[in-house]
Design a protein around this ligand. Structure first.
Ligand SMILES: [Zn+2]
Ligand SMILES: [Zn+2]
Length: 559
């Protein structure tokens, strides 16, 4: 074994000891020894334990550990510490800039055990509250984690959007006469982007390729036939294909849909697709209505396109209000009034559903019964002076381990509506987790099921659920399912939207905003819901204020 991995192991051991609050003197001497080993001008592995001990800065105890490592491949003391530390917490130790003391706080005080959860907690501002952290540390951690996520080549749609649009503009400036479009994952509004692809159609193919090749538009740029390839500043792969005007629309069609989709459509066409004047013509040749790019995954919507029954997809403008949001009453950044005014004046919405955390969510300053009542007073007061804009009294009730909601009935019935969400014990097996959620759905006070799987895209796989069972239970109990619009969640996954809609289950595009700007995430929720085929009629928060008041009233159990 070389010096470097030995030093690395000693350093990790020291970090683990610090994490577990062991003797500071021992920790210090291990850190010194790790530093020393790293700098030695010879391989320490050739020395005996006795010889190592004599090297300045190493000492008997560390020498014994190195000898054990060399002989057995591990250090017993380290193994026992690792056994007591969740894998994700060990991973956090590897994030530069946090350090074992802070990791211990994150783990013990915030109950966070994976890097994904840590990232999400930063989004919810939970770190600011903890000892030794501030807004600055939190922002730094977000940056580091985003960099790590990006390093495997996958990007959240929301993190790509701005750069993608800027690139599009630059392309337009370089080849102003070309037809230009996004294709692939980005045009289909996929939640994860692995490559940003463009298509340019031009009369002067060779000349335009040369212009683009010399433009320095991309990092690491190269030309491969009709393709300009490279990366964005953030390391996202980019492919710009330059084609002739004649082939533009057939290529646009072929480069946009998933391979299964393109196959399913072309199988219905006899003859060539070249020289088509737009995509509509291609779909028409296949006996189909034109399909929005979002729906071009697999063959899911082909039958509907063939029978003239494609959904009229929801748009951002269709949304009339926003449900499931947090204020300073729990873990939000802005006050109830600031949130309401933003919705009314900036977003021109008709209503705001306030859903601060419930009492069990102590880490998020969940509301005790007393504070629920106080908040209701404030809401009533604000509703009188907001001139027709309405704040609904909601709560994001934790779903407890046994599936029950987080308050006694006399409190539950005071809310206008309730979002029930799982936040704890995410490691239940599929059967138990499903039963717990079904029980919550069957509670007559539950209006909306919040972020069903708890997934965090690119970092935490949601827990396994029997979605059919849960959606069927929502249908039977008239419960709406949330499409959590946070670009990290987008949960319920769009792949389940059609099943829910076919069962008559409505969806609600909820930003889960923890600050004013968080409302804007509804844009990403709309994109995901469009992929799922949601129309305005089946979207809860596309209802007007009067309509949704009635829906909430009807849903509440009668006394
Ligand atoms: Zn939640
Ligand atoms: Zn929430």
């Amino acid at each position: 074994m070389e010096n470097k991995p030995i030093a690395r192991t000693l350093r990790l051991l020291g970090q683990l000891m610090e994490l577990h609050d062991e003797n500071p003197f021992k920790i210090k001497s291990l850190a010194n020894a790790a530093f020393k080993v790293d700098k030695l001008p010879f391989q320490i592995a050739i020395k005996s334990a006795d010889e190592m001990e004599k090297i300045e800065g190493i000492g008997k105890s560390t020498a014994t550990k190195i000898a054990e490592l060399l002989e057995t491949g591990h250090i017993t003391e380290m193994q026992s510490l690792l056994d007591r530390t969740p894998e994700g917490v060990v991973e956090m130790l590897g994030i530069k800039g946090i350090g074992p003391k802070k990791v211990a706080t994150i783990w013990h005080e915030l109950g966070i055990e994976t890097v994904g959860e840590l990232y999400y907690a930063c989004n919810e501002n939970r770190l600011i509250e903890a000892k030794g952290f501030g807004l600055k540390t939190q922002d730094e951690i977000v940056k580091i984690i985003e960099f790590r996520m990006a390093s495997n080549g996958k990007f959240l749609y929301a993190r790509v959007e701005q750069e993608a649009n800027e690139l599009f503009q630059k392309l337009k400036n370089i080849v102003p006469d070309a037809l230009l479009s996004f294709t692939g994952e980005y045009r289909r509004r996929c939640e994860i982007i692995t490559e940003l692809t463009f298509l340019a159609g031009t009369e002067f193919q060779d000349a335009d390729i040369t212009i683009l090749a010399n433009s320095g538009l991309l990092n690491d740029q190269s030309v491969d036939g009709h393709h300009i390839k490279g990366e964005t500043l953030n390391g996202l792969l980019v492919d710009i294909e330059v084609t002739s005007l004649n082939l533009f629309y057939s290529k646009l069609f072929r480069r946009t849909g998933s391979p299964e989709h393109v196959q399913a459509v072309t199988a219905r066409i006899v003859g060539s697709l070249d020289h088509t004047e737009n995509e509509e013509v291609i779909y028409k040749k296949a006996g189909l209505d034109w399909m929005p790019p979002e729906l071009r995954e697999g063959d899911a919507f082909i039958a509907k396109a063939a029978s003239n029954s494609l959904p009229h997809l929801i748009t951002y403008q269709d949304l009339k209000g926003t449900l499931h949001n947090h204020s300073t009453w729990s873990d939000g950044v802005h006050t109830l009034e600031e949130m309401a005014l933003y919705c009314r004046d900036e977003l021109k919405l008709q209503y705001l559903g306030m859903c601060d955390h419930s009492q069990s969510a102590f880490y998020a300053k969940g509301l005790t019964i007393e504070r629920v009542l106080q908040q209701h007073e404030e809401i009533e007061h604000l509703n009188k002076k907001l001139g027709g804009f309405h704040i609904f009294k909601g709560i994001e009730s934790d779903i407890l381990n046994d599936g029950s909601l987080d308050y006694p009935e006399e409190i539950l019935k005071r809310f206008d509506f309730i979002v029930a969400s799982v936040h704890s014990n995410l490691k239940m097996d599929k059967e138990k987790a499903t039963a717990r959620v079904v029980k919550a759905v069957e509670n007559s006070y539950t209006t909306i099921l919040g972020h069903p799987t708890g997934r965090l895209l690119l970092s935490r796989k949601g827990y396994d659920l029997d979605f059919k069972k849960i959606i069927d239970a929502c249908a039977a109990n008239n419960v709406v399912i949330e499409v959590n619009a946070n670009p990290l969640r987008l949960d319920l996954d769009w792949r389940w939207h059609q099943y829910a809609l076919e069962k008559g289950v409505k969806l609600s595009i909820n930003p889960d905003a923890h600050r004013k700007e968080g409302f804007l995430d509804m844009h990403y929720g709309v994109l995901a819901a469009r992929k799922g085929g949601l129309n305005r009629e089946m979207c809860l928060n596309a209802l007007s204020l009067d309509e949704i008041k009635k829906v909430f009233e009807q849903k509440k159990p009668k006394a």
